[in-house]
Design a protein around this ligand. Sequence first.
Ligand SMILES: CC(C)(COP(=O)(O)OP(=O)(O)OC[C@H]1O[C@@H](n2cnc3c(N)ncnc32)[C@H](O)[C@@H]1OP(=O)(O)O)[C@@H](O)C(=O)NCCC(=O)NCCS
Length: 241
Amino acid sequence: MSSTNSPTSDTSQFKNATIGPGAFIDPDVTVGFQYHPACGDTRIGNHCILHKGTVIYGDVIIGDHFHAAHYVVIRALVKMGDYCTMLNHSTIEGIVRLGTGVRIMTNVYISSRTWIGDHVFIGPGATFLNGKYPGRRDANRPPRGATVEDDVMIGGGTTILPEITIGERSFVAAGALVTKDVPPRSFVSGVPGHISPLPDVLDEANHRSLTKQAREMWHPEGDFVAESQWPDYWNEKFREL
Ligand SMILES: CC(C)(COP(=O)(O)OP(=O)(O)OC[C@H]1O[C@@H](n2cnc3c(N)ncnc32)[C@H](O)[C@@H]1OP(=O)(O)O)[C@@H](O)C(=O)NCCC(=O)NCCS
């Protein structure tokens, strides 16, 4: 039975967008937002899922298997590969590049001119900055965000300062403040971030089972998250019958 709250695969509602087959789109989603009379269209590949409140500007190109959870915002001139995910209330400002398999958790902020490689994981509440001296010093200095190479893991609650490069496979611990370039295969922790070689136990690429998921945990056609998954080490049942 359908209702006005059901997702649809009918993409004809978007006048400034092309979306591939297999989409699940909630009501109250905007794709191809015409932020300027001259703006171009939005292109999204196959099998996307777009939840309520999501706003995607014109001039955005996204690959297959894109998943936007609730209230995601993507501004213009953003390009991303296949298998990218953005969870609730995350924002990507304009002029940002993401590779394949980038997983962005909840409440992440990615500023303009940030470049992100393939199979990068970004934990909840991470913040990427781009203006080094905003409102001060050289007014003509263009903002420049971070460069994040392939297979980097960025923990929750981290802050990445402008112009920083984080090298391939590096691991940024939760809560770190990254203030200096990070060589490939490094470990960063603390405030300000202390950089050391990546311990052997963390020296691996991000698992593709994580970064290339075709179906999110809450995907309507994914495996059902049954009550049996409620942790048995909590001394309380989910539902007492
Ligand atoms: C850094 C991290 C990998 C360490 O895990 P671990 O190797 O199992 O380390 P332990 O928990 O045994 O802690 C070892 C030491 O590091 C410290 N430590 C742990 N995490 C830390 C962090 N994020 N920043 C600074 N210090 C940290 C501990 O206090 C402990 O210090 P001590 O030796 O002085 O007592 C882990 O804590 C972490 O931050 N993971 C990322 C989590 C995350 O952001 N996930 C996002 C998805 S939800």
